[in-house]
Structure formats: structure tokens, C-alpha cells
Design a protein around this ligand. Structure first.
Ligand SMILES: NC(=O)c1ccc[n+]([C@@H]2O[C@H](COP(=O)([O-])OP(=O)(O)OC[C@H]3O[C@@H](n4cnc5c(N)ncnc54)[C@H](OP(=O)(O)O)[C@@H]3O)[C@@H](O)[C@H]2O)c1
Length: 263
């Protein structure tokens, strides 16, 4: 997807997306205008991303072919409403706001609207994206998907599954970071120096992710590390007794339901 891009609310998530796309060479910094409320934040964006910044959402969208709505969910409709009169008729609006439905967004602007749920690993070109087009926006969504494939994996899902998928990949990095923290702290409690505990944990997570990416079922990979009556079996029994599976099921359902409550 070529053309000019306006990023309305270039905060943590939208900034990571822009950084990933520029690093991948799919988007040129000179084609991006990013907005934020505070002047100090705009200065920081200009310095770190090298894009043009503005405090004026309406001016930012005038020439834009792709508009990323990067503000918090509660502000998404207001910002789309604010710029709707200045949007090009054939522009595509990508909303990354958790829980805000295309039906709600279409009330503010009746054009190509696509919901996308990114995640922060996009910053290093390893994102996971959920794409759900509004009715009539399938072609626009396919183009958005092509762009995002340069910085990660894209799953196009019907909008009714968007919040459930958000519980997997949108919030998923936080679960992994929590597991990492727990492993590092447990290692330190057993006497390992923190830097070694951290180095070993990170390498284990990265290596395991690579094995998983090979397509083998997780249970098979797990059984390869688990000798009968051995050390890993003892650890896994403790994790199961601690309710790791039902806790994940409850946590991810809570995430999905919270997303649905944001719109
Ligand atoms: N964080 C994640 O991992 C993640 C993952 C998936 C999706 N999301 C979605 O991404 C969106 C943003 O989340 P975030 O964590 O990136 O929040 P954030 O860091 O607070 O970013 C929001 C940005 O919007 C700007 N802003 C607020 N009101 C504005 C307005 N009226 N016009 C222009 N800019 C405005 C803020 O500017 P100032 O800084 O100047 O106030 C800030 O830079 C949310 O809708 C969330 O659901 C986040």
C-alpha cells in the first residue's frame, strides 16, 4: 500500500507499528505525519521516528491515503468524527483501538474502515496482527494485510472473533513478559545471579518460540523435555497443580470480555 499515512495518536502502540514499518523499509518516514496532544511528545516522536509531526488531526489527514487511529479506545470515535470531513473518499481508516467496533466507527465515517489489533513485537518486525474489515472494506483490508505482512503474521478474522483474538496476540506479549519475570525471580530466589537468570530465561523463551514456529504440537515438544519421573515432570506437576491452564482460560476470557466492554 503506497501513499501518505496519517497516524492520529502516535503513542506506544502506533509508534511501535510505525517504527517497525519504517525499519522494514515498507514505509518511508517522509510519507508519515504523526499527531499527539503534547508538544513534548511530538518532539520525541520526530526525534525517534524521523516523521513529520503535527498537533492538528484535520490537517494531518488531508492528503492521507491510510489513516491509523492510534488513540485510546474512548477517544477513537471522537477523533474520527473530528477528521471525517477532511478524509479523502477512497482513504482507508485503520483503527487499532481495542473493543471499538466497525459499526461504531462507521457512524462517524462511512468509508473503508478496517479494525486491526497489532502487538508490540512489531517494533522488531515480529508482530502478530488481527485484521477485521467493516462491511464492504474487504479489498482495503487485503491491502492493509499485505502492508502488515512485512512486519509480522496477519490473521484476518470475522469481527465477532476480533476480541477473542485480541486476548491471544494483542495482550499476549504481557503474559509472556510476566512468565519471564516469574522465571527470573524464581531463579534468583534459588541463588542464581540476576543477569544469568535473565540471560538463560530469555534464551529459553526465544529458542522455544523458534521450535514452536516449526509447527510441532506444543504437547510433543513438551514431552521431549519430560522424562518419566524426572525433573521437568516434577515442575510440570507443580504448574498443573497451580492451575496454569484454567488460569490462562479465565485470564483470556477476561481480556476478551474487557475488550468487548470498551466500545
Ligand atoms: N499498548 C499495547 O500493547 C496495545 C496493543 C494493541 C492495541 N492497542 C491499542 O492502541 C491504542 C493506543 O494505546 P497505547 O497503549 O499506544 O496508548 P498511548 O501510548 O497513550 O497512545 C495514545 C496517543 O494518543 C495521543 N492522543 C490522545 N488524544 C489525542 C487526540 N485527540 N489527538 C491526537 N492524539 C491524541 C496521545 O498523545 P499525548 O501522549 O501527547 O497525550 C498518545 O500519544 C489503544 O486504542 C489500544 O487499545 C495497544
Amino acid at each position: 500500500m503506497s501513499g501518505k499515512i496519517a497516524v492520529l495518536g502516535c503513542g506506544t502502540m502506533a509508534g511501535a507499528l510505525v517504527e517497525g514499518l519504517i525499519s522494514a523499509g515498507t514505509v518511508r518516514a517522509e510519507d508519515v505525519v504523526a499527531t499527539a496532544r503534547s508538544a513534548s511528545h511530538r518532539d520525541e516522536i520526530a526525534k525517534t521516528l524521523g516523521v513529520t509531526t503535527s498537533g492538528d488531526n484535520v490537517a494531518a489527514v488531508r492528503d492521507a491515503d491510510l489513516i491509523v487511529l492510534g488513540v485510546k479506545p474512548y477517544a477513537a470515535v471522537d477523533v474520527l468524527d473530528e477528521v471525517s470531513g477532511a478524509l479523502k473518499a477512497d482513504a482507508t481508516v485503520v483503527s487499532i483501538a481495542a473493543g471499538v467496533t466497525t459499526e461504531t466507527l462507521l457512524r462517524a465515517w462511512q468509508g473503508n474502515v478496517v479494525r486491526v489489533m497489532p502487538n508490540t513485537p512489531v517494533q522488531v518486525g515480529k508482530g502478530a496482527f488481527i485484521v477485521s474489515p467493516a462491511p464492504g472494506a474487504d479489498v482495503a483490508a487485503a491491502k492493509v494485510g499485505e502492508l502488515l505482512e512485512s512486519v509480522g503474521v496477519v490473521a484476518t478474522v470475522p469481527e465477532k472473533l476480533h476480541d477473542a483474538a485480541t486476548a491471544v496476540s494483542g495482550s499476549g506479549p504481557a503474559y509472556v513478559f510476566l512468565v519471564a519475570e516469574a522465571m527470573i525471580d524464581a531463579a534468583v530466589a534459588m541463588g542464581l545471579p540476576r543477569d544469568q537468570a535473565s540471560q538463560l530465561t530469555v534464551a529459553t523463551l526465544a529458542g522455544s518460540a523458534e521450535l514452536l514456529a516449526g509447527g510441532e504440537h506444543p504437547a510433543i515438544l513438551r514431552s521431549q523435555v519430560t522424562s518419566p519421573g524426572g525433573t521437568t515432570a516434577a515442575a510440570l506437576a507443580a504448574l498443573e497443580a497451580g492451575g496454569v491452564r484454567p488460569t490462562f482460560a479465565t485470564a483470556m476470557a477476561a481480556c476478551r470480555d474487557r475488550a468487548a466492554g470498551l466500545s
